[in-house]
Design a protein around this ligand. Structure first.
Ligand code: SF4
Length: 232
């Protein structure tokens, strides 16, 4: 059984090819620029069985199969529901549907390993290059994420590191260089994507009646992303 926040039938940016996106409910972290604040609460969401989800996904199979895509579990934080997620991914692999996990990482345990066994692609955020800001802004030690990535590497997973560039917080060349160095310290050949900070989610915060902690910061421009790519 999995607690689902929402579905998106054909996403194009969260894994190879076209993706059927399943956003799970619940996240223990508190990233200041979270674009899905409505998925954070562990209450809410709708429960689905693995069989129901496989049936739902299968209706779109011809679209994502033709593009080399598959199913991506996002959130929220899908590792919060790792047991159900592992069952879903195992069921999808049984019918040869490819799987991707969009996560912020978590200290590895047997449940994480079981989920990775049935994961083809891991999209993992590296949010800050230092432990102090990880603890202060996200709520976990940086080492937990590095240990998670090291496990992905040992298990031979395709890993794509994603880093949100937030003006005044993570947009210096030094910061981006450090992110790249961290990724290379645990992964042999990491792909790293820089994502621009956007404020499209502001309306969600207003609707929820909670403050958007980085509302005062400007969005990140495409030029900044282009410039910073040289430091990867
Ligand atoms: S890990 Fe994702 S869902 Fe959770 S707070 Fe951060 S951005 Fe939001």
């Amino acid at each position: 059984m999995l607690k689902v926040h929402s579905f998106q039938s054909l996403g194009a940016v969260d894994g190879p090819g076209l993706r059927y996106m399943i956003f799970l409910q619940g996240c223990p972290y508190h990233c200041p620029w979270c674009h899905n604040p409505d998925t954070q609460s562990i209450s809410g969401g709708t429960e689905y069985t693995v069989e129901e989800l496989v049936a739902r996904v299968s209706r779109y199979r011809s679209y994502f199969d033709a593009s080399g895509g598959g199913v991506t579990l996002s959130g929220g934080e899908p590792l919060m529901q790792r047991r159900g997620a592992a069952e879903l991914f195992r069921a999808l692999h049984e019918v040869s549907i490819r799987t991707a996990l969009d996560t912020a990482g978590m200290r590895p345990d047997a449940g994480v390993e079981a989920l990775l066994t049935h994961t083809d692609t891991v999209l993992c955020d590296l949010k800050f290059p230092d432990d102090a800001r990880y603890r202060a802004h996200i709520g976990i030690p940086l080492q937990d994420v590095l240990d998670f990535l090291a496990l992905c590497e040992r298990m031979g997973k395709e890993v794509i590191i994603r880093h949100v560039v937030v003006p005044t917080m993570t947009d210096s060349p030094e910061s981006v260089r450090s992110i790249s160095a961290l990724a290379h310290s645990v992964l042999r050949n990491p792909k790293i994507e820089l994502l621009p900070f956007r404020k499209l989610c502001e309306a969600k915060y207003q609707k929820l009646g909670i403050p958007f902690p980085v509302a005062h910061l400007p969005e990140c421009s495409p030029e900044t992303i282009r410039e910073l790519k040289q430091y990867l």
